[in-house]
Design a protein around this ligand. Structure first.
Ligand code: FAD
Ligand code: GLY
Length: 386
């Protein structure tokens, strides 16, 4: 019997089944395209699984990141409609809560930082408010008496990112998408300057096979720079930034806002859960929970909300944030015909999922990528290699 090797052929291959790959795949499938997501482990279990689910562009606005800020604000505006359509396609209702954030100060250094934080946001026209210590505790009685001032950012939202991932996965499948799990993509195949397909490890035979596809979306999060096949200048300069969050059962000190302070944030979730995050560690692809990180998070959280010392620690969540050199994502078409990027969302992948999915799928479907120009891979061409 001949041992002829079978080569599959598909319309669109999405590399990576995280929040970005699933969201983009779903939008493409919703438009009638035949899409297959290739996921090296389990879809929905990447960095998004560890995320705090904050949709907080006003609080997280960086000083020199105008394009990213505009994109983030637009993504937040798109969220209600995005979630409505997601519920329509998945049957899963993902609720986002507009709780606002309190950015708290404990000492003189913090006060200086708080003032700069406030001034910058006021200049941008955000409806931020400065509060004294007592006013802050009126909003959040469980805060430490050591909190001397805060800035209230009323327009921040958050959601349950694991529920979002479950909904994206279901919606994608319901719209005809296919997910191949335990199927790492090892190589991107090119035919000159055109995308030709991928090489993927078959989960059953553990051998590589070729899959033909003329459209590829690279959405492999922190691993997007690790897949072979691209010329050097088209490999996105993405590295992993490890983040650890502690999941506490905090019924004894309920909070109703997201609380932020130097080195920590606390995000109250349903059923008395409180997320305490997050570390930011340059440890390559290592995801082991380190004692020092746990100690720092608990100490910083305890300084703000002393009652947490009585709370059971239920889970340690760890994820690798995908960070480009300039901490902005790389999105849209590449100089290779048929190859698109949707990678490098760093600390904002949950927030940026709607705009990324809508705009990347729009560019695949129509060729128009005007809105994605600030995030093109070409911005790295002139800068020195890291
Ligand atoms: P991932 O979610 O990591 O998904 C990438 C997927 O690709 C993974 O499933 C991986 O297994 C798969 N993959 C990798 N290589 C291959 C391959 N070769 N073949 C096939 N599949 C592959 N963002 C917010 O907006 N708000 C927050 O509050 C927030 N909090 C965070 C807290 C922490 C602790 C962390 C770690 C992140 C947080 N983020 C937050 C950031 C957010 O989680 C990321 O930006 C987002 O998950 C990136 O999505 P992604 O799909 O690109 O990557
Ligand atoms: N955006 C929160 C984090 O990445 O930790």
């Amino acid at each position: 019997m001949s041992q002829q090797r079978k080569t599959d052929s598909i319309e669109i291959a999405v590399i990576g089944g995280g929040v970005i790959g699933l969201a983009t795949g779903w939008r493409l499938a919703r438009s009638g395209k035949k899409v297959v997501v290739f996921e090296k482990k389990e879809a929905g279990r990447g960095a998004g699984w560890a995320s705090a689910g904050m949709l907080a562009p006003q609080t997280e606005a960086g000083y020199e990141q105008k394009d990213l800020l505009e994109f983030s604000l637009e993504s937040l505006r798109k969220y209600p409609e995005f979630l409505r359509e997601l519920t329509e396609d998945s049957g899963i209702k993902v609720e986002a809560g507009k709780t606002g954030s309190l950015f708290c100060a404990l000492n003189r250094d913090d006060l200086e930082r708080l003032q700069r934080f406030f001034d910058f946001r006021q200049r941008l026209g955000f409806p931020v408010m400065k509060l004294k210590g007592e006013e802050t505790r009126e909003k959040e009685p469980y805060l430490s008496p050591r909190v001397t001032a805060s800035v209230f950012v009323p327009d921040d939202w958050h959601l349950d990112s694991r529920k979002l991932l479950a909904a994206l996965k279901t919606a994608f499948i319901n719209k005809g998408g296919l997910i191949h799990e335990d199927s790492p993509v090892t190589e991107i195949l090119l035919d000159g300057k055109t995308a030709a397909g991928i090489k993927v490890l078959d989960p059953k035979t553990k051998t590589e096979k070729e899959v033909k596809a003329n459209t590829l979306v690279l959405a492999a999060g922190a691993w997007s720079s690790q897949i072979k096949g691209l010329p050097e200048n088209l490999i996105p300069p993405i590295r992993p930034i490890k983040g650890m969050i502690l999941n506490l059962k905090a019924e004894s000190c309920p909070l109703s806002h997201v609380i932020r302070a130097e080195g920590v944030y606390l995000v109250p979730k349903q059923n008395g859960r409180l997320l305490v995050g997050a570390t930011s560690e340059e440890k390559g692809y290592d995801v082991s929970p380190l004692a020092g990180g746990i100690k720092d998070l608990l100490q910083n959280a305890f300084d703000i909300v002393p009652g947490i010392s009585e709370c059971p620690l239920e889970e340690i969540q760890i994820g690798l944030r995908p960070a480009n050199r300039d901490h902005s994502p790389v999105l849209g078409p590449s100089p290779i015909q048929g190859l698109y990027y949707a990678a490098g969302h760093y600390r904002h992948g949950i927030l940026l999922a709607p705009m990324t999915a809508l705009e990347v799928s729009h560019s695949v479907l129509t060729g128009d990528f005007e809105r994605l120009k600030p995030f093109s891979i070409t911005r790295f061409f002139s800068s020195a290699a890291a």
